[in-house]
Unconditional design. Sequence first.
Length: 110
Amino acid sequence: MLHIYRGTVRGRFDDLADEVRVALLASADEHDGLKASFTHDGTFTYEKQLTFFSFRYELRANGDSAEECELDARYQAEEDAVAYLQHHGIAYRDLKVNVWDMKSMWEGDD
């Protein structure tokens, strides 16, 4: 069964290299949390203080159980965030992953 999730990966910047810090500050307005949405590729947001960051993902998982799908979605969100951070040379720590099954958001409000 197909499950659609919204997921966030949050973390802290850690000992950024000077050139990375300069690049992040130069594009900070493009990564404002108020402009963020949940996307397949992920939306990377942070503030100019360069303390915390987050990614927002729309994730899809197919599996036999909701638990299996949720684990797959969590793994995919974390894997994608780490790949982005490493590709851009961004040092990080303290990652936390949360996912919400969109179906459950609509159930129970009858």
